[in-house]
Design a protein around this ligand. Structure first.
Ligand SMILES: NC(=O)c1ccc[n+]([C@@H]2O[C@H](COP(=O)([O-])OP(=O)(O)OC[C@H]3O[C@@H](n4cnc5c(N)ncnc54)[C@H](O)[C@@H]3O)[C@@H](O)[C@H]2O)c1
Length: 466
């Protein structure tokens, strides 16, 4: 691995040098396929740097919004998106034709899994098909979607080759994973280092040069596969460590006298060799629940079971089931049947202070509560838009919190720790609270109503009372 610097441009071929010169004098046109959480910030960065930028996305509503100079990505400033559209430096389309003008094309499309949790490359492949129709000599393609090692070389390149062009001799291609962390106020596109792995040295250098225009530090690795696997390692590292504290949380609930949150706080005082992860009702978002399966699927091809990685994913997936069991026990303590019970879910985004609802633990919790026959499930989350939150085949509309409303539920379940929630009011008026995020940690009054994930405090209190 090496850190990119401009001295590497000296080793470029003539073809590569032509693109490098365009990038250096800002005449290069930057294309982005997929204008979502990843593609839009990249488009905005390049447009603001003065590069003509072309975005494509099949989503009609996104293109219509952009053409009205409206923003739909919460981390981007509305006025900055409006400015690049109004000035004409950024243009958005619903088809690939305009990308013929691009010198560099970033692919930022979804990489979900299917019902069997096998990788679904359909979006990457369809994007490749689109690019193949307009690919021209000297273009650089950079795949950014998170995926398993081999995707760039074994899946994307064969599709791009349908254009009649060949990588290395005709076009350049690299994999460069995305590290954007929506909602992060410290690390953004510019100050988060990035990794690139090209199919050949020219591709690596050109992809690093392109990224270096909007990112301060770019590291070059040997090939696309290294870059593909390092991204999976980043996210699987999180999955494994979250699973570790989730397992400890379950153990602490069984043992007496240990609050897992205090254990984690205490361990976090160590200034080296430890990184803080906290338990919760499950993992969510577009990465942590999915990426471990991308690797375990590939490993099977090599007669290799990623036992450790799969076990961690299973522990995390078991958490919503555990939370629902706790809620059902809390309902059983009350003179109400499950069919007549009312549960309020507080927070449904996959993490705090963001709108992103994808694969949120709330989804699994709601589905399991419905399966269990809980009569009424309602949500409150100021980050949910007017068209509601879809889970388990139903649409849930956010309820405004009032003391009377809180008092009307048998259990109030704290799932997402948005800063907006007034926890003292919630606890004061709730009958029972199940806290999966330690949101009520500072509450002393009404503490007896709270079941805290990873703590046996409620069980012990009941034991002492009897
Ligand atoms: N969101 C994150 O925080 C994050 C972080 C790191 C990596 N990633 C990875 O980046 C990739 C994109 O994620 P995202 O969050 O931006 O997804 P997203 O759903 O927000 O955006 C993807 C966009 O691609 C569009 N699209 C679908 N098919 C297309 C096609 N054939 N051509 C052009 N556009 C197409 C969709 O309409 C959508 O607007 C995924 O692989 C994801 O795992 C995401």
């Amino acid at each position: 691995m090496r850190l990119f610097d401009n001295s590497l441009l000296d080793s470029l071929s003539d073809n590569g040098l032509a693109l490098a010169q365009k990038l250096e004098n800002k005449t290069a046109v930057i294309g982005i396929a997929g204008l979502g959480y990843v593609g839009m910030p990249i488009a905005l960065e390049f447009a603001r740097m003065g590069y003509q930028t072309i975005g494509v996305d099949p989503s009609k509503w996104k293109i219509e919004k952009l053409n009205r100079a409206e923003n739909y990505i919460e981390d981007l400033k509305d006025e900055e998106v409006a400015e690049v559209i109004h000035s004409g430096i950024f243009k958005a389309y619903d088809n690939y034709e305009p990308l013929a003008e691009a010198d560099v094309i970033y692919i930022c499309v979804p990489t979900p899994f299917n019902d069997n949790k096998d990788p679904d490359l359909a979006y990457v492949l369809s994007s490749g098909e689109g690019i193949a129709t307009i690919l021209k000599k000297g273009q650089l393609v950079i795949l950014k979607s998170t995926t398993f090692p081999g995707t760039t070389e074994d899946y994307l390149i064969p599709i791009l080759n349908k254009s009649g062009l060949k990588p290395t001799s005709d076009y350049f291609i690299a994999f460069s994973p995305e590290r954007v962390d929506p909602g992060n106020k410290v690390f953004n596109t510019q100050n988060t280092p990035i990794v690139v792995g090209g199919i050949d040295p020219d591709s690596s250098i050109l992809a690093a040069l392109t990224n270096s225009k909007v990112v301060q530090k770019v590291y070059m690795v040997d090939n696309p596969k290294v870059a593909e696997l390092e991204k999976l390692l980043e996210n699987i590292f999180r999955s494994v460590n979250i699973a570790l504290v989730n397992e400890l949380a379950l153990l602490c609930e069984r043992m007496g006298g240990i609050n897992v949150w205090e254990v984690v706080e205490a361990a976090s005082t160590k200034p080296f060799g430890y990184m803080k992860f906290v338990p919760g009702p499950g993992v969510g978002g577009h990465c942590i629940p999915i990426d471990p399966y991308y690797l375990s699927w590939l490993a099977r091809e090599y007669d290799f079971e990623t036992k450790f990685i799969t076990l961690a994913a299973n522990v995390n997936e078991s958490m919503p089931y555990h939370v629902v069991n706790v809620v059902i026990k809390e309902i059983a303590n009350q003179p109400v049947s499950l069919a007549n019970a009312r549960v309020l879910i507080v927070g449904v985004s996959f993490k705090k202070n963001v709108k992103d609802l994808r694969h949120s633990p709330a989804e699994a919790v709601i589905a399991r509560l419905m399966e269990a026959g809980v009569g009424a499930i309602e949500i409150t989350d100021p980050w949910v838009e007017a068209d509601g939150y879809k889970a388990a085949g139903k649409t849930f509309y956010t309820k405004e919190i009032t003391p009377e409303m809180i008092a009307s539920y048998n259990v109030v379940l704290l799932v997402t720790d948005h800063d907006d929630f007034d926890i003292p009011t919630i606890v004061e008026h709730a009958a029972y609270v199940v806290d999966t995020r330690n949101m009520a940690k500072d509450i002393t009054k009404g503490r007896e109503k709270i079941y805290l994930l990873g703590s046996s405090e409620k069980k012990e209190r009941i034991r002492m009372e009897h």
